[in-house]
Design a protein around this ligand. Sequence first.
Ligand code: NOJ
Length: 530
Amino acid sequence: MSTPLTGPWWKHAVCYQIYVRSFADADGDGVGDLPGITARLPYLSDLGVDAIWITPFYTSPQHDHGYDVADYCDVDPLFGTLTDFDALLGRAHELGLRVIVDLVPNHTSSAHPWFQAALAAAPGSPERARYLFRDGMGENGEEPPNNWKSIFGGQAWTRVEDGQWYLHLFDTTQPDLDWTHPEVPAMFEDVLRFWLDRGVDGFRIDVAHGMYKAPGLPDADYSAPHPVGPLDQDDPSMVDLPSKDEPMWDQPEVHNLYRRWHQILASYDGDRMGVAEAWTATPEAMAHYVRPDELQQTFNFHWLSAPWSAAAFAEVITGTLDAVGSVGASATWVLSNHDVIRHVTRYGGGARGQARGRAALLAMLALPGSAYIYQGEELGLEQVAVPPELRRDPRSLVTGLVGRDGCRIPLPWGGEQPPYEFGPTAGQPWLPQPEAWAALSVAAQKGVAGSTLEFYREALAVRRTFAETAGDEVEMLDLGADVLAFRRGDLVCLLNCGATAVEVPEGEVLLCSGDVPGASDTTTWLRSPH
Ligand code: NOJ
């Protein structure tokens, strides 16, 4: 059962990320949709999560699978209708599940009416002023206005017919808005209210450290090395934490925007919230997004980026808790999402990756605050190698690199062959599923002791017994250099990252991610009153 719909629900919530294209397909076109989600909501409430976050389902040409929005207040026919959304929301609330929708404010689709009007209008026109159109450098303006690179490869500028350039930090079909133009924040206030009025519980804010750019759009310094995390198999810097001040990210003005949005959220009942997708250099910069008058949560990518090391995990935990504690906020924890290599694969894949994946989950769920899990991790899914001719990520299409498709494969629900009951039609869905996935399907794991699915269900159920009562204080314990160990209230959690087993302190074993408490690559939860 899920928690009752009362209180500041997000503080201790476990939120399940639904990548809408790949969750469940009701109409048989090979792409997931809103009715597909609605039909599977009982699965999620049974799993024991408190909330869902649904990736963008708005009107969109789908160049970046919905992160290119042409109409922020309608549902793309690929995914259903507004009536389907209302049905989803109503059913979720009936089941006690909160619903977070994705807001994409840094850029629109190039198909958005504003951008179409900008293209049709002249340089210097009011229509162009809502985006970042600039004249080029060089004798005939043939060079881009500055040296910024697109996250998806190549330069961040595209030249239009009359010779001007426009900025796009992502795909050329995702023009960046100029947030200093008053019509831009005004439009997004309307969008927030549109979805709040329909009853959503919160927003995941895409590229929340974007929006404002340094005045004058100065060149970036690309020479400083980025701290590397094993997130993207082509280029870790794509989803990596910035190592320094960068003129396109994390500008101070963005915080005034979140102060305004805080007021809008607070004007509605029911603890509506915002969670920032803000990739910041340090936990301190991350905490700026969750000051008391700003957003409620921000994704903790420092946890997701940490290598398999007790010391690294401990450093992230203390750094995070100190940083969010200093502004009176609570923490979030996340291991995977639709942009990064699935964590079982990051941790080495196979049996070792699975063991570490379970251990990392228990470490995360033991910590105070809220946790985000990504669809398919409860099935132990690994990153899939998608052949080049079947890749669909715009980043692959622009650069020829591997890209992010491998963590976005449609879920296997049952059956012996693709689409594994993902949808009602035979054959492969929009991204091909591996042959070996029959054994990983929901139907194959449900009720099977020892399966990843049952492990997740049990972990979430046990977490529920302490999540709200164990308090926010975490005391780090010293059980040797290879062991992450901490106490939270009566709960003691130890994750052995070393190669040899360690002795478990006294207490009642509540849950263990492996067969033997204290074993290598295993997390143990103990009830151990002081
Ligand atoms: C972050 C999203 O998670 C990612 O999937 C998307 O490509 C970019 N933002 C651009 O919107």
